[in-house]
Ligand binder design. Structure first.
Ligand code: PMP
Length: 385
């Protein structure tokens, strides 16, 4: 693999992050709950990482609950939320990640009323539909900060302002936003926020739910009372240390990398528009600076991924979390995209290590597919249907 353009799926562990982690995989192996020196050393490392993560989001360290990633953080927020009466009416955006949608539907099976909030053709939350849901008695709203497939950034301030008027709690899945754009928990007005270390050069298997003190949550895991009783289990010390180091790195680098990646994305889109019939989804919406979700006419997204892989270029078709799933993306369908066009969707997500040469390589490979395909377009499309 020579050109990696799938940074929304995962990122490599940064050198500084690995260096910070290694001692905690070897000689500093203590259990943070132990009272002796080894334990105190591990505890200090976990608490230092908590400070680093808190600094990235402008929160107090005591608000950070470490989890195994954003999937667990989202499950904890949705299933653990107990701020309402028994029925617990909640609403989630139609374009949420499956790790928000699935626990919401699990709650519905247990008797909660769950509403799905629509988005417009650009993937932005319909604020009037949100208002109606709140007026009908929704007590908790979960809306992602940035979408993993399209990169669309929601106006989370406006959403939390509306929710606050009705006294509802707001959770935001910020797994794709953190590390790519500046995220300020306090300024956003939300009550809970999920994040994941491997999306910004930290290790896999580490994440957090940031929780405002006013929120009443039931833990998913009961046991030894770690994480102030919110998440039992011996802390994954090395991963947590790596998460903290990645947060510090992101805080230091975000402004510079954001501008550079955005310029590269603009270059990519300009080149894409020179190709015949290319559609860029949510082009009018505020988006993450690194993400382009597009469709090439007649070229099925899954096929495009495989053909580009053969050319040494890694991209994704829709959400990487649902790859293997031949259904068109629920995100694009919620935006009103026709199923046939949605099946042609392909996501390119840039990272700080990418260059103009990488984008040129992608364009060149796409041109080959569009204008000089190895097989006729009909077979390319039907191969994946
Ligand atoms: N939410 C979003 C928006 C994501 O993109 C992802 C990862 N694809 C997750 C949640 C799940 O994160 P994790 O891999 O840490 O479980």
């Amino acid at each position: 693999m020579t050109v990696y353009l799938d940074h929304n799926a995962s990122t490599p562990v940064a050198d500084e992050v690995l260096e910070a982690m290694l001692p905690y995989l070897v000689e500093r192996f203590g259990n943070p709950s132990s009272r002796h020196g080894w334990g105190r050393e591990a505890r200090a490392a976990v608490e230092h990482a908590r400070e680093q993560v808190a600094a990235l989001l402008n929160v107090q360290a005591s608000q950070v609950v470490f989890t195994s990633g954003a999937t667990e953080a989202n499950n904890l927020a949705i299933k653990g939320w107990c701020g309402a009466d028994e029925a617990g009416c909640l609403a989630v955006g139609a374009t949420e990640h499956p790790s928000v949608l699935a626990p919401a539907l699990a709650r519905r099976r247990l008797g909660s009323e769950v509403e799905i909030l629509p988005v417009d053709s650009q993937g932005k939350m319909d604020l009037s539909a949100l208002e109606s849901s709140l007026a009908r008695g929704v007590r908790m709203v979960s809306v992602m900060l940035a979408n993993n497939e399209t990169g669309v950034i929601q106006d989370i301030h406006a959403i939390s302002d509306r929710a606050r008027e009705y006294g509802a709690c707001v959770h935001s899945d910020a797994a794709q936003a953190v590390g790519k754009i500046e995220v300020d928990f306090a300024a956003s007005g939300v009550d809970m926020m999920s994040l994941s270390a491997h999306k910004f050069f930290g290790p896999k298997g580490a994440g957090a739910l940031v929780v405002d003190k006013s929120v009443d949550l039931d833990p998913l895991l009961h046991g030894g009372g770690q994480e102030r009783g919110m998440r039992a289990g011996t802390e994954n010390v090395a991963a947590v240390v790596g998460f903290g180091a990645a947060a510090e790195l992101a805080l230091r680098r975000i402004r510079a990398t954001q501008a550079r990646i955005q310029a590269l994305r603009d270059y990519l889109e300009a080149r894409l528009h020179q190709l015949e019939g290319v559609v860029v989804f949510a082009a009018e919406a505020p988006r993450l600076p690194n993400t382009v979700c597009m469709a090439l006419p007649g070229l099925d997204g899954e096929t495009a991924v495989m053909l580009l892989d053969e050319a040494g270029i890694a991209v994704s078709s829709g959400s990487s979390c649902s790859s293997g799933d031949t259904e068109p993306s629920h995100v694009l369908m919620a935006m009103g995209v026709e199923a046939e066009e949605a099946r042609c969707a392909m996501r390119v997500s840039l990272g700080p290590g990418n260059s103009q040469a990488d984008v040129d390589a992608l364009i060149c490979a796409l041109e080959r597919q569009l204008y000089h395909p190895a097989s006729p377009p009909g077979t390319r499309l039907s191969a994946m249907m």
